[in-house]
Design a binder for this molecule. Structure first.
Ligand SMILES: Nc1nc2c(ncn2[C@@H]2O[C@H](COP(=O)(O)OP(=O)(O)O)[C@@H](O)[C@H]2O)c(=O)[nH]1
Ligand SMILES: Nc1ncnc2c1ncn2[C@@H]1O[C@H](COP(=O)(O)OP(=O)(O)O)[C@@H](O)[C@H]1O
Length: 200
């Protein structure tokens, strides 16, 4: 009888545009983990015009977070399908109640925090292009596609995210400060847990 390796439960955090998606795709390829991005999950729901997708769009367009109950239900349902895999969760939790709900279902082993100044973020987001179906992310300066405006793998067109407009980015950075930064303190509390911090 073989010994079953313990499954890794990791979370990647950082402000919008800090590179969570880019860094995650490298990590999951290297370590053979499953990657779950809350933003990709929401964009898929918006594209399919599901009930959650229609509600989510109204918040995302205003640069606001989706309410905790909707978001938690959506992500925990998806994580259930990944129970037998190691995974890296990107974009969730973004509030302390989300982190507490996640804690009730599993023990988080590693938190990766990407600490990038807001001015750098603003520059990165104006040059971000994505392939909506796969979630692949490009940047006109940092990692441009081989052909301008075209996804390297599928040959399909790239798009700019509606919520990457400067005024929406400012609102998203404000929600990050007010609602998501406290999650870092929640994870830092040494009396509650044992977390490995990975500096960028
Ligand atoms: N200059 C630079 N750009 C980066 C770096 N990492 C990611 N980017 C780009 O910055 C933008 C935001 O990255 P993304 O992974 O989408 O960030 P997320 O919003 O945190 O998931 C994209 O256009 C990336 O191509 C980096 O290390 N340096
Ligand atoms: N865990 C979450 N809780 C609430 N809203 C979320 C969550 N994850 C994503 N969203 C919504 O989806 C938008 C896009 O998320 P995401 O793609 O992760 O943004 P970014 O990559 O720029 O950090 C967020 O601005 C927010 O409105």
């Amino acid at each position: 009888m073989g010994v079953r390796a313990r499954l890794l439960r990791a979370v990647i955090m950082g402000p919008p545009g800090s590179g969570k998606g880019t860094v995650s795709s490298r990590i999951v390829k290297h370590f053979a983990l499953k990657h779950l991005s809350s933003g990709d999950l929401l964009r898929d729901n918006m594209q399919r015009r599901t009930e959650v997708g229609v509600i989510a769009k109204t918040y995302i367009d205003r640069g606001q977070l989706i309410p905790d109950d909707i978001m938690t239900q959506l992500v925990l349902r998806e994580l259930k399908t990944l129970e037998q895999y190691s995974w890296l969760l990107d974009g969730f939790p973004r509030t302390v109640p989300q982190a507490a709900a996640l804690d009730k279902t599993c023990q988080i082993d590693t938190v990766i925090d990407l600490d990038v100044p807001f001015e750098t973020i603003k520059q990165r987001l104006t040059a971000r292009w994505i392939h909506p179906t796969s979630g692949r992310v490009y940047n006109l300066e940092f990692n441009p596609p081989e052909i301008h405006g075209i996804d390297d793998i599928t040959g399909e067109p790239l798009v700019q995210r509606e919520d990457d407009k400067p005024e929406t980015v400012t609102k998203r950075l404000q929600s990050y400060e007010a609602q998501t930064k406290p999650v870092l303190d929640y994870y830092r509390d040494p009396t509650v847990r044992n977390i490995v911090w990975v500096p960028q």
